[in-house]
Design a protein around this ligand. Structure first.
Ligand SMILES: Nc1ncnc2c1ncn2[C@@H]1O[C@H](COP(=O)(O)OP(=O)(O)OP(=O)(O)O)[C@@H](O)[C@H]1O
Ligand SMILES: [Mg+2]
Length: 322
């Protein structure tokens, strides 16, 4: 193979049991490098804690959670293979996350980065989220340094490219996006043992993008689709978000929010869990105004943490309804 044209400093070589001193990280103690059973790797890497968090924090997404476990299984077995001296090229872990806005793509990418780190696939496990504008320059000669700078920051972790299809503009013959794609391709191939690239966006646009960019498509090993949430799931997401902020629904407020969702789902620009978060933010504003007006009332924890049915029903989504 040719020497990488775009070598990014700081990338480490893939090493197994014979790793030199100091190659282990905090999340990958020596024991992982001598583990001989799946159980040992799971215990030593503490990756199960991330699975538990994933179950606890994220409503629904069963197929997505299963795919994450599949990826983890691949890495655990790869580790056991390395430990008995079965060297192989690092498995390719570049992914595409497709789905509508607010379906949890960014959130899951963060968890994925943590899993990859705990299993010792990447050194740092951070996530760098970018869009076209962070990678592509406006003038000749701008794009390569921009893209390389981003790659340098992402090395040792996950590079998450949101709405990745904007990198490719077929209508523009001299588009600099192509240059960014070529650099990405190089690094995805040559430094895959220390960088995972996740391309995210709407499913149909991503499909078209992959058709016009077979080189990229062939380097994506895992395509994960994020379905829209059902009304029941959105309601559960709302309750978890509120609990996380030390709020809760008061009498009748849960039903009010279910009614709200029923109406909001049918309106334009509905963005799944993101719309739930925004609706709750506005309900908190209304709760604050309501309490603010009660000058002389002593506000106890109960009052301060309760979102009432009227805080929900005052939304203009109800006013607009027939
Ligand atoms: N299954 C879920 N359970 C609980 N909260 C969720 C779930 N999915 C998403 N959220 C929450 O909803 C919000 C939006 O999620 P996120 O940003 O991950 O979606 P996204 O698919 O990346 O959206 P976008 O395409 O708009 O960037 C976040 O606050 C996240 O914590
Ligand atoms: Mg996102």
């Amino acid at each position: 193979m040719n020497a990488p044209l775009y070598a990014i400093p700081g990338a480490t070589a893939r090493t197994g049991a014979a790793a030199p001193e100091g190659a282990g990280t905090a999340a990958e103690p020596n024991a992982v490098r001598t583990a001989r059973t799946v159980g040992e790797v799971l215990r030593e890497s503490q990756v199960e804690a991330v699975f538990d968090e994933l179950e606890r924090d994220l409503v629904g997404l069963a197929p997505v959670k299963q795919r994450i476990r599949d990826v983890a299984a691949l890495l655990v077995i790869d580790k056991l293979r390395l430990n008995v001296g079965l060297q192989a090229q690092a498995p390719s872990l570049h992914m595409s996350f497709t789905g509508n806005p607010g379906t949890g793509k960014t959130t899951v990418a963060l968890r994925m980065a943590a899993i990859l780190h705990r299993l010792g696939y990447v050194r740092k496990g951070h996530l760098v989220a970018v869009t076209r504008d962070d990678l592509v320059g406006q003038y000749i000669g701008h794009t390569a340094p921009k893209t390389k700078e981003v790659l340098k920051k992402a090395m040792g972790g996950v590079l998450f490219i949101d709405e990745a299809y904007y990198l490719y503009r077929p209508e523009n013959e001299r588009d600099y996006g192509q240059e960014a794609i070529e650099i990405l391709l190089q690094v995805m191939e040559n430094q895959r043992d220390d960088l995972v690239v996740i391309l995210a966006g709407y499913k149909d646009r991503m499909d078209t993008f992959f058709k016009s960019n077979p080189g990229l498509s062939s380097r994506i090993a895992h395509h994960i689709d994020f379905p829209d949430y059902g009304e029941g799931e959105l309601l559960q997401i709302a309750e978890r978000m509120l609990a996380g902020l030390n709020y809760r629904f008061g009498a009748g407020a849960r039903e009010a929010f279910a009614d709200y969702l029923g109406l909001r789902l049918r309106q334009p620009h509905f963005a799944n869990a993101r719309s739930v978060r925004n609706a709750l933010d506005r309900a908190r504003l209304r709760q604050a105004s309501r309490l603010f007006a009660e000058h002389d009332a002593v506000l106890d924890a109960e009052a301060l943490s309760t979102i009432s049915s009227e805080d929900i029903r005052a939304s203009r989504v109800f006013a607009a309804a027939p």
